[in-house]
Design a protein around this ligand. Structure first.
Ligand SMILES: [Fe+2]
Length: 436
């Protein structure tokens, strides 16, 4: 079954244009050795490398540093990036960036590192009160006034797609909520993606980041069509989360097919290099796609699932602080959400499930929610993902607090294919408590 042909029917007074901001990407084994060449081409001479302490000890930072030195650039390393960054850690990084007077940035790490580098570049280049650029209604959501310094992102996990997006996520400590800064100018100038960086990742990390990729692709594919948004008036006001569009669809479908084929293999066999390479490519495809369309409710609900964590400490992650890894905080909501959104575009839900490997022969529109949820639950079980929101430590009594946090994520909720009321969010958290 193909996707709904009428999904992009234009409507009077609504958006009629979609924009594709292409990421510049070099992908493949050994690509980090090209960092110096790219840095020179981008006019960098005084460069900061952002990473965290665990990664600083692995060979990837050294590969990038050596390549820069070979290009006559002597970088300064900032390895104090916090896993699951906060406003405090963003500001510390921004101070380092401002004091160093850098003319270029390179991030080597997962989304915490890449996002911290984006924020440091932003506040060092265009100083402002911290909340000025943070998404409304939590912050002021002001536009970034001009271009940032060049930023080369080198991801070392196969998940977030942060190297392809203009989004930086952090915990706002005072409000105990995850939120973000979203602006096209935050998008890294170039991404260098070496799939071999994922070979040493623990099983749980591959599972969580793999499901983050999966949800990026499925949310982006089932997002509200761009033709249902009000026309923006000025091209500059067209949001990054512009909704599903024909270009993003291509990346979503290709990513979902790879996830269906390789996610379980990549998680359950650390030696399956083909599967891990393909997961990294799926993450890239999904990142390019959702960077031009946006995600919706599973990610919106994930902010409070991660932000309100009490004592969950998953294997394979640092044990000093409790945390729900981003991909887990997303996917525990997803089966309940797709049951809820399926009626808005059942063909897309069915096609998405089919790309992941579900049997949809003879299925009708009413079956779509159950088929996609069933496929996700089967894959979650096969890869050791916790059983729903309760599986990461929440109780029914937490639903009100979880709902408050998710309701603040209006940018994401507005990108859903059907309207989401605050009471719907409560129902969705209850439905997401346990799946098996
Ligand atoms: Fe994500």
């Amino acid at each position: 079954m193909s996707c709904c042909h009428n999904y992009y029917l234009a409507d009077e007074g609504k958006e009629s244009v979609f924009t594709v901001d292409i990421s510049s990407i070099s992908f493949g084994h050994g690509v980090l050795k090209e960092a110096g060449e790219h840095a020179r081409e981008l006019g960098m001479s005084r460069v900061a490398i952002f990473t965290d302490q665990r990664l600083a000890a692995l060979p990837y930072v050294a590969q990038v540093r050596d390549s820069l030195r070979a290009a006559q650039i002597d970088p300064v390393i900032y390895d104090e990036v916090q896993v699951e960054p906060t406003d405090r850690s963003f500001l510390a990084a921004a101070r380092f960036a401002a004091e160093g007077k850098f003319d270029g940035y390179i991030s080597v790490g997962g989304s915490s590192v890449i996002d911290t580098c984006k924020a440091a570049n932003l506040y060092a280049t265009w100083p402002a009160d911290f909340l000025d650029y943070v998404n409304a209604p939590i912050g002021k959501g002001l536009p970034v006034p001009g271009p940032l310094k060049p930023h080369i992102a080198c991801p070392t996990t196969c998940g977030t797609g942060s190297e392809c997006t203009g989004i930086a996520i952090f915990d706002l400590l005072a409000m105990q909520v995850k939120t973000g800064i979203a602006a096209k100018r935050l998008k890294p100038t170039r991404a260098l993606i070496d799939p071999a960086t994922t070979y040493t990742l623990p099983k749980n990390v591959v599972a969580a980041s793999g499901f983050d990729v999966l949800s990026h692709a499925l949310e982006s594919y089932t997002a509200r069509p761009y033709t249902q948004r009000a026309a923006p008036g000025l091209a500059a006001l067209r949001p990054m989360s512009q909704g599903a569009n024909p270009w993003s669809d291509i990346g979503c479908e290709a990513a979902l097919q790879r996830l269906g084929r390789y996610l379980e293999r990549a998680v359950n066999d650390a030696d399956d290099k083909e599967a891990r390479d393909q997961m990294m490519y799926a993450a890239t495809l999904a990142g390019i796609a959702f960077g031009n369309s946006g995600v919706h409710v599973p990610h919106g609900m994930a902010y409070s699932v991660a932000g309100l964590v009490r004592d969950f400490r998953p294997e394979g992650y640092p044990q000093d602080e409790p945390m729900v890894p981003h991909g887990m905080s997303v996917i525990v909501n997803a089966p309940a959400v797709f049951r809820f959104t399926a009626s808005a575009c059942p063909e897309r839900h069915l096609h998405g499930a089919a790309c992941l490997g579900a049997e949809i022969k003879g299925a009708c529109s009413d079956d779509a929610g159950e088929i996609v949820a069933g496929q996700l639950i089967r894959m979650m079980k096969a890869t050791g993902i916790p059983n729903g929101v309760a599986g990461v430590g929440y109780l029914e009594a937490d639903v009100a607090a979880l709902t408050r946090g998710a309701w603040a994520q209006q940018r994401l909720l507005a990108n859903a294919p059907r309207a989401v009321a605050e009471t719907d969010l409560g129902d969705l958290y209850r439905a997401a408590m346990r799946y098996w």
